[in-house]
Design a protein around this ligand. Sequence first.
Ligand code: GLN
Length: 547
Amino acid sequence: MARFIFITGGVVSSLGKGLASAALGSLLQARGYTVRLRKLDPYLNVDPGTMSPFEHGEVFVTDDGAETDLDLGHYERFTGVAARMTDSISSGRVYSTVLEKERRGDYLGKTIQVIPHVTNEIKDFISIGEDEVDFMLCEIGGTVGDIEGLPFFEAIRQFSQDKPRGQCIFMHLTLLPYLAASGELKTKPTQHSVKELRSIGIAPDVLVCRSEHPIPEREREKIGLFCNVRKDAVIAAYDLKSIYEAPLAYHAQGLDQAVLDAFGIAPAPAPNLTVWHDVADRIHNPEGEVRVAIVGKYTQLEDAYKSIAEALTHGGMANRVKVRIDWVDAELFDREDAAPYLEGFHAILVPGGFGERGTEGKIKAAQFAREKGVPYLGICLGMQMAVIEAARNVAGLTTAGSEEFDHEAGVKRFEPVVYHLKEWVQGNKTVARKSSDAKGGTMRLGAYNATLREGSKVAEIYGTTAIEERHRHRYEVDTKYREQLEATGLCFTGMSPDGKLPEIVEWKDHPWFIGVQFHPELKSKPFAPHPLFADFIRAAVENSRLV
Ligand code: GLN
C-alpha cells in the first residue's frame, strides 16, 4: 500500500508547489521507488477545460482524455509517469459528483453535508490506485486559510487518521521574505502559516522555505523550534536558473532524506541522479543558441503555452543548444506584412488556439515560413492554419477557412477546408456529438493512434510508422481537399488508422515544414525530448548556420 505525502502551501501563492512536488517525485524515483502525483484544486470549475489560458495557463491533457491543471505537466516532465484522469480533481468535480449521487438517492434520504459527504468523496479520490505505487504525492492547490480549500484540508487530515500511523506525512511550502532595510529574513509569516495549518489539525513534518537569500543556520533552527518541525526537515528552496535544476537542488538541501526520515525509512536507499546530472549539464553548457518565434494569441502569459516552451527547451537539450523563445502576437500582423516581425528567427512555431482572433496573422506566419524556407512547426490550430494557407495561396482556393470562425461569427464566409467533426472512431467505438455541442467536454480529447506514410519526413523523425499522440480539438482538415493539396506538394503523411482524419501534413520541398493535429509537446521530457521537437531544433540549428 502506498505511503502518502500531502503537499500544501502558505503565505503566498505561486511558490512553486507543483515544481517541488514534481522534483520530490523524481528524487523518490531516483531512490528506486514508484510514484504517482495528484492535484487537488479547490476552485469550483469542474475542470480547467473551459478556463481562459490568460487566467489559468495551459490546459494539460492526459492520455485518457482529461483536461487538467498545468501542474500535471510538471509531474509528467519530472517523473515520466503518464498522468491519468484520476490524478486531478477540483471542488467543482467533487460537488457535482456528490449532487449527482444525492439526486439518484444514493444517500438514502440523509442530510448531505461537507463533512462527511464532500470529505469522503475527496478521500475516495485520494486513495484510487493506492496499491499500485510506493508513494502517492498529493498537492493541494491554493494556500492554507482559503475558504474553498477547507474541505480538502479536512479530508487529508481525516485521511491521515484513517491510515495506520506513519503512512502519511505533510509537507508545507512557505516564503521567507527578506527585509532589505534591516538585512533580515523574516520567519513570522511562516510561523503564522504553520499555526493556521495546525489550527485545522495538520502538523507539517517537512517545511520547504522559499527564499531569495541564503537561510542562516540559526534561522533554520528558529523556524524548526517555532513551527515544531525538526531542524533537518526545514528545507531551503532558492531561486533557480532552470526548473530542471530542482531535483539536484532539493536533493542537496536534503528534501528527499527529510521525507524518508519522516516516514522512518532507514537506511534510505541511495539515490541514482545520473539522469538529472546529464540534464543539468545540457542546460548549463549549451554549444550555441537558436531563436524561435512562437506566433500565438496568448503571448502575455507564458504559462498559456507552458508545455510548448518546455518541449522547445528539451529540443535544445537534445541538440546541446539554448533555445531563445520570442513571443510574437499574431494580431500584430493580421492586417500588415509579417516579414518585419519574423525576420531573423531560425524557426517558427504556431501553437494551438481557439477562436478567430489572430488567425490571419498565423496564416501569414505559415506563408512566410513556407516561402522563406524557415523551419515551421504547426501544432493543432497551427497545422490548420498551414493547410488554409496552402489552400488559399498555392491551391487557389482563395476563400479557404475554418468552420470554427464562421460558427463564431454566425455568418458563412469560408470554404470549410477545416470543418466541425461530428463523428469519429476512438479505439473500437464511435464517438458522436451534435453541432450544438460547442463548449466544454465535447472535443476529440486524449490519446489517438496515427499511421505515418512510409518514407515521409515524420516517419523518419519518429523512427516508426505507428504513433500515439494526445489531442484536444473540435475541428479537422477535410480530406475532400487532400488530392488537390497533395498535388501542390503539401503531403498528408499522417492519418488516423481508418484513414479519415489527417493527423500530419508536411511540405515536400521544404527544409522542415510540419503541421500536426495533435499536441506532441505534452509528451516531451527533459530526459526524453520529443522527436519532433528535437528534430525541429536540429533544423533550426541548421538554418542558423545559413543566415
Ligand atoms: N480551435 C481548433 C479546433 O478546435 C484548434 C484547437 C487547438 O489548437 N487545440 O479544432
